[in-house]
Write a protein that binds this ligand. Structure first.
Ligand code: TC6
Length: 694
């Protein structure tokens, strides 16, 4: 095994250690063993005056092998491997290409010099897995570039490109052309000038201001609420600044082991793999052909259509944007331009890039302009009759093989597909608002949707920077179907006696960016009101009146009217509890004959969350989502569920499915409500003593 993953050879007077462990040369046990063995070979090789460490394939090691985490450790440990390189008598040069991340960069920090191709990136992203760089990174990087520069790199986990890393002092040279030749040349020059070894363990950290660490902690406190790792990273870098190297390493290890055992890190590691796993659709593989996508048509230039269009323009894909009236079209195009110009003002786009993107946009008032596009996405009003008529027209004008997608958030994709003569080409692409920002894309497979249409849209999602999750057809699909259950429970809790702010606080404290009612205020209360009014016209019993209807009828439509479930000061998005709303709710309770009671925080948490877990289990039972991890990814990227809790279903496993199931049964008995009918799949898991994620 050792022989196959790390090799040693002599190139003139330089010994070269090469790692070859696809796909990303992760520092698994075999690689660690190989690195030690090859170091010993290089040290013993009298002809080798210096050593170069590099990797074959895509990249210099992209980190420790995450698949080994949580398993019994198998030696040699990475910190020991790095220490051996650092102690070597020979000058060692790390030659980097691709992404030297985490343990990969830590290996390079154990070398005396670091060179990289201009296209390479380096970084310590462990914090994104709920960890810290636990192989000496928090001690060596501050010794190399100073604590002030090391802190943001370690705490954000964001990689830097080679030219920036050179400026920071992480790299000693940026190379063009062939990496091996460049690294050999660099090594020979070091040998010729008798360059010294430069072990970072012998260096000290440049002095820092007294308040550096406390200021930094304060600066991230709001953004990193609920996360453990960023704060542990700061503590570890502080140890580097204050303690001798060996003691600093001990502190780093202690913090690292604490994080490794934490639920937060387990959750973040689950999300890392889940995010990659969602792209793998059982039944489809590399052999499934894909249709070519060179252009896209979008119907509807409103907020949603415009946002969807921006995704494709950003990815360099031409868009034809269709509207029924010139006035709507001009407004939609102007909003897109204004969005880009606002980004340019913040320095995140050049004005040339703005123009390049706008040049890819063709506004149109005629369906005929969609005749040659490869994909059409309909983003018109959420009404079945309107959608059907759009698809009837698309069926007539679009070329054979064009993918016809609907952005519906609730309607039956099969019913829409069946108005065309080509239901195999129809699919749902459910973007989340704001569509140019939110990373989630629910890809809704209809009964007849062809495999290559699924494969093409999954790949297209990735191309436009979205996380695409394949789901089946049902009202609200996965995300909104679960959300509707939570919203109904939140409303019921208020009806029974909880205040809206108490409900919001519990979910905010769980880690959501905002509570359900603040979210409703942001979206606008009138949207749901109009839908409920439509339903009531047909059958009032299908949408019983709630206290939220009373708010809307009193002109409280949410943030846009500075009054919704909460009050808002002009220009301030902070929700403020409202005495008027309390009175409206009290009057509503009185009409409904409800005597308010005290509702505990535990009850709020259980009812709002367990109802989603039960619905999620039913969604799995019905095959609407393929795996629990798909639901987790949907909640993280579509609804701001805290990453450090791993998604709704992962969270449920950490609470214990037996506990959740027992409470669901109790609530079903008490209320008889359909949404509390326990999921058969959930029961099956509980009986088998398993979790959603085994
Ligand atoms: C660390 O280093 C701690 C050190 C202290 C120790 C004491 N391990 O993302 P892709 C797999 S913590 C195992 O699709 P890309 C990935 O699952 C680590 N597997 O490719 C996927 O497998 P699949 C710090 C890994 O080109 C395949 O490789 N490092 C690892 O879009 C391809 O991945 C990080 O956090 C790994 N470390 O992006 C870096 N990395 O094909 C994590 C990847 O079976 N990695 N795989 O699904 C990345 O950020 C990206 O993978 C990338 C490549 C930028 C390297």
């Amino acid at each position: 095994m050792t022989d196959s993953v790390v090799h040693y050879r002599l190139e003139g007077e330089i010994g070269v250690v090469t790692i070859n462990y696809p796909p990303v040369n992760a520092l698994g046990q075999g690689v660690r063993e190989g690195l030690l063995a090859c170091l010993a070979q290089g040290e013993a090789d009298g002809a080798a005056k210096a050593l170069v460490v590099m990797a074959e394939g895509r990249t210099f090691p992209a980190g420790a092998d995450i698949r080994e985490f949580g398993k019994p450790p198998a030696g040699p440990a990475l910190p020991d491997v790095i220490a051996a390189y650092e102690r070597s008598e020979k000058v060692i040069i790390a030659a980097i290409h691709g992404t030297a991340l985490g343990g990969g960069l830590e290996v390079a920090l154990g070398c005396d010099y670091r060179v990289a191709l201009a296209s390479a990136q380096v970084g310590l992203p462990e914090v994104k897995l709920g960890l810290l760089p636990g192989a000496g990174g928090t001690q060596r990087l501050p010794r190399l570039i100073g604590a002030e520069q090391a802190l943001p790199l370690i705490v954000s986990g964001n990689p830097v490109k080679a030219p920036a890393a050179l400026k920071l002092g992480i790299l000693d040279a940026v190379l063009d052309g062939d990496l091996l030749q460049g690294a050999l040349e660099f090594a020979r020059a070091k040998v010729a000038e008798n360059a010294p070894r430069r072990p970072l363990c012998d260096a000290s950290v440049a002095a820092v201001s007294d308040t550096l660490f406390s200021d930094f902690e304060q600066s991230i406190a709001h953004r990193q609420r609920g996360f453990k790792a960023p704060f542990a990273c700061i503590e570890a870098v502080k140890a580097a600044a204050e303690l001798p190297f060996a003691q600093g390493l001990e502190k780093e290890r202690e913090l690292f082991l604490g994080l490794m055992a934490s639920t937060e890190s387990k959750a973040q590691r689950h999300v890392f793999f889940a995010e990659r796993e969602v792209a793998k659709v059982p039944g489809l593989d590399a052999k499934t052909t894909q249709r070519e996508v060179r252009s896209v048509g979008i119907i509807g230039a409103g907020t949603m259509g415009g946002g969807i269009a921006m995704n494709f323009l950003n990815a360099g894909i031409p868009v034809t944007l269709l509207e029924v009236k010139d006035e709507f079209l001009s407004r939609g195009v102007a909003v897109i331009r204004a969005n880009y110009e606002a980004t340019a003002k913040k320095g995140r786009l050049t004005s040339e890039q703005v123009e390049q993107r706008m040049a890819l946009l063709t506004p149109s008032l005629s369906y005929d302009d969609l005749a040659q596009v490869d994909v059409v996405i309909e983003a018109v009003f959420e009404n079945m009759d309107i959608k059907k008529s759009v698809f009837e027209t698309l069926d007539k004008v679009c070329k054979p093989g064009a993918i016809l997608a609907t952005n519906t958030s609730t309607l039956d994709v099969n019913e829409i597909a069946n108005v065309t003569q080509r239901p195999q080409d129809v699919i749902g692409l459910h973007f989340f608002s704001p569509a140019n920002v939110m990373k989630l894309l629910e890809i809704v497979r209809g009964e007849a949707t062809a495999d290559d249409v699924i494969a093409t849209t999954m790949a297209l999602a990735r191309r436009i920077g979205k996380v695409g999750v394949l789901v089946g057809v049902c009202h609200g699909f996965v995300g909104n179907r679960m959300l509707h259950r939570r919203q109904a429970e939140a409303m019921a809790l208020v009806k029974q006696g909880a205040s809206p702010q108490a409900v919001d606080k519990v979910l905010f404290d769980l880690g959501f960016p905002m509570g359900p009612f603040a979210t409703s205020d942001l979206a606008g209360l009138d949207v749901g009101y109009r839908i409920r009014e439509e339903i009531r016209k047909d059958d009032p019993s299908k949408a019983p009146r709630t206290w939220m209807d009373d708010l809307v009828e009193k002109g409280r439509c949410g943030q846009k009217t500075q009054a919704g479930v909460f009050d808002y000061e002009k220009g301030n998005r902070t929700p403020v509890p409202s005495a008027d709303v309390d009175a409206i709710i009290a009057a509503y309770r009185a009409t409904e004959g409800v005597t308010p009671r005290a509702v505990s925080e535990d009850e709020i948490l259980e009812r709002c969350m367990y109802v989603m877990v039960n619905e999620g289990a039913k969604i799995l039972e019905e095959g609407i989502a393929m795996r629990a991890l798909d639901i987790d990814v949907i909640w993280i990227y579509g609804y701001g569920f805290p990453v450090y809790r791993g998604g709704v279903m992962f969270w449920a496993d950490t609470v214990g499915l037996d506990k959740i199931y027992a409470r669901i049964c109790e609530l079903y008995q008490q209320t008889g409500e359909e949404h509390w009918r326990p999921s058969a799949y959930l029961k099956e898991l509980v009986d088998a003593g398993r979790g959603f994620h085994h």
